[in-house]
Design a protein around this ligand. Structure first.
Ligand code: SIN
Length: 539
């Protein structure tokens, strides 16, 4: 190791809402270090538009109806205890945000509550119109900046979890290996607990609403460290992202449809009422499949989102960021229909945790999109993810009190055999890695997208094989290591999708279009061993 080891009490990997909230809680029990890749500390939370779904007070009927909507959306796969925790602790977390200075939109003294698909009522709080995630992240960052127990290090890309086996088959995570992006050196950080808050895997798909940092780092590192993953075949595709040849697939919030936006096909006709009684506000998986159906029939690559019938002043005020972004790409949405198509958006599965974020690896916690608490089941209810991040972030923070008294941060534990196997060479051929990433995005989008079948999944398995060796000893570069992480995350998704021979929620197999009714919906498991012959990799 070229640089001195660093010791802290708690390491938080990732600076989205879940990680920040966990850091604030953990800081009551010790020194916290937040490690962010990239110099700006990007996260998916920052880009969350729609809002945060929650009952506003603890009135049992409000909490019950949020619980029921979440369970119905999750298609029988939600872990009810986790949903109960989320909806009943939600009002407390919202209250706390208000005390810390988050300014949710109001009219007079009343919050402006909006609605999105599959919600039975208006319960979604929003800030600055369509910039809810950004408002919450900034507020949490302000709280952190004045907290002497929290150190944030940007440009520190975590590349590996350090694990030890004081007893056989009982791994302990006691630190991480980090690439200091500016100095291009590796450093080891040791801690009593590591909290993965690394977000999702959207970058493995050609079309995604996720920022470039969403390369599945947490999933890949957890897999290699022996953590248990679950429900990785359940990936949510958002129905309406911008579909223009030279524009990113920028999210057009479901709240637009909640405010009366309509979907129209190539002939300019509304079509959603042919697919579901809730029309544009049907569950996301259904809207995404309906859009693909219309696209196939019309031989185009998009449908349209139409708000031209709404008051132009309202549209500009309500969706300022979306309005400005569309305008930048040449579309004035108050007078023109916006071309849209589905795009990869949110990973429902992840690293399996208990109700306090604890994984099966001692000392390793997961929170936010990278975690699978079980609240989303087979299909996440819109705007539940910011709430999940806050509620479970707070619970992880609380759980660390116990860790802080029972565990020591030990650099002395013997490291597992396979630790720290990066070539100490810098990257010579970045173009090669860009090409591999492009290939992953294409084969995942074409074969593991909104609609899958056995043939398409097997095509993805074949397309993955040429890159197998890339996972071994990558050169010391963020690009190369992220590429390996994307490959590992893809492998997990592919294998999980192959194994589930039924359709449920967001996982739609056209060769098994119905749910297997022989037994109630089951969670799926995935780990290194279960990855099986297709992807057997010597990590
Ligand atoms: C949206 O604004 O449509 C996205 C919100 C979410 O994914 O929960």
């Amino acid at each position: 190791m070229p640089s001195a080891d660093i010791h802290t009490d708690f390491l938080i990997i990732g600076g989205g809402i879940a990680g920040l909230r966990a850091a604030i809680g953990a800081s009551r029990f010790g020194q916290v270090t937040i490690l962010n890749k990239g110099l700006k500390g990007e996260s998916s939370s920052k880009f969350a538009q729609g809002g945060i779904a929650s009952a506003l007070d603890e009135a049992p009927s409000e909490i019950q109806s949020h619980f029921e909507d979440t369970i119905i959306a999750g298609k029988g796969l939600c872990r009810e205890a986790a949903v109960k925790v989320m909806v009943s602790e939600g009002p407390l977390r919202i209250q706390e945000l208000l005390e810390w200075g988050v300014s949710f939109d109001k009219v007079g003294d009343d919050f402006l509550l909006t609605r999105e698909g599959a919600h039975s009522k208006n319960r979604i709080l929003r800030a600055r119109g369509d910039a809810t995630g950004n408002e919450i992240v900034k507020t949490l960052q302000r709280a952190i900046a004045s907290n002497k127990n929290i150190l944030t290090l940007n440009g520190h890309f975590t590349v590996q979890l350090l694990t030890a086996y004081p007893e056989p088959s009982r791994p302990i995570c006691h630190g991480v290996v980090v690439l200091d992006e500016e100095k291009n050196i590796l450093r080891r950080f040791f801690s009593k607990a590591v909290i993965l808050a690394t977000g999702g895997v959207g970058q493995i798909f050609q079309r995604t609403t996720n920022p470039p940092v969403a390369t599945g780092d947490g999933i890949a590192m957890a897999l290699k460290a022996g953590a248990e993953l679950e429900d990785m075949e359940f990936y949510q595709f958002h129905p309406t992202a911008l579909a223009l040849p030279d524009a990113p697939s920028f999210l057009l919030s479901e709240a637009i449809r909640g405010e009366g936006g309509r979907l129209r096909n190539a002939e300019g006709k509304r079509f959603m009422d042919r697919y579901h009684p809730d029309a544009e506000l049907a569950p996301r998986d259904l809207v995404s499949r309906a859009i693909l159906g219309e696209i196939r029939q019309s031989n185009t690559d998009h449908v349209f989102l139409d708000v031209t019938h709404l008051n132009p002043h309202f549209v500009r005020e309500r969706f300022p960021m979306i309005y400005a972004t569309c305008l930048r790409y040449g579309i004035d949405m108050v007078s023109e229909k916006v071309p849209v198509a589905p795009s990869a958006h949110y990973m429902m599965g992840g690293i399996k945790t208990d109700l306090n974020g604890q994984t099966n690896v001692s000392g390793l916690f997961a929170v936010g999109e990278v975690a699978s608490t079980g609240v989303h089941g087979a299909n996440r209810l819109a705007s539940n993810s910011l709430l999940e991040g806050l509620v479970f972030g707070a619970r992880v923070g609380d759980a660390l009190e116990k860790v802080s008294s029972s565990q020591s941060s030990s650099a002395d534990l013997p490291l597992a055999d396979s630790q720290t196997v990066f070539e100490q060479e810098t990257l010579k051929w970045p173009e090669a890695y860009h090409a591999i990433q492009k290939s992953i995005k294409v084969f995942m989008w074409q074969n593991l997208g909104v609609i899958r079948n056995e043939q398409s999944i097997r095509r993805a398995i074949d397309a993955w094989q040429p890159w197998r060796d890339i996972l071994k000893n990558p050169p010391l570069s963020r690009l190369a290591i992220e590429t390996g992480n994307m490959l590992a995350a893809s492998a997990v998704l592919i294998e999980s999708a192959l194994n589930r021979r039924e359709s449920l929620g967001a996982h739609f197999r056209e060769d098994f279009p119905d749910r297997n009714k022989d037994y109630p919906p089951q969670h799926s498991r995935m780990n290194q061993v279960l990855l099986g012959d297709h992807f057997s990799i010597n990590f």
